[in-house]
Design a protein around this ligand. Structure first.
Ligand code: SF4
Length: 59
């Protein structure tokens, strides 16, 4: 699985609260791709929780 955050993040923090190992944030959220393996369900949950739908998942 590859996870990408496209432009448009509003820094709400939802993805970080779901899994702070995978997602971190300064002005916008970032993905730690190396932490994705084994936590695919958290990635899908974050993509669903993102209010502006900028977390894109490639299975
Ligand atoms: S859930 Fe979406 S809008 Fe919120 S911080 Fe994460 S990527 Fe940004």
């Amino acid at each position: 699985m590859k996870v990408q955050i496209i432009p448009g993040c509003i820094a709400c923090g939802a993805c970080v609260s779901i899994n702070p190992d995978i997602f971190d944030m300064d002005e916008v959220a970032h993905v730690n791709q190396s932490k994705v393996a084994g936590h695919e369900d958290d990635c899908r949950a974050a993509a669903e929780a993102c209010p502006v739908h900028v977390i894109k998942i490639m299975e």
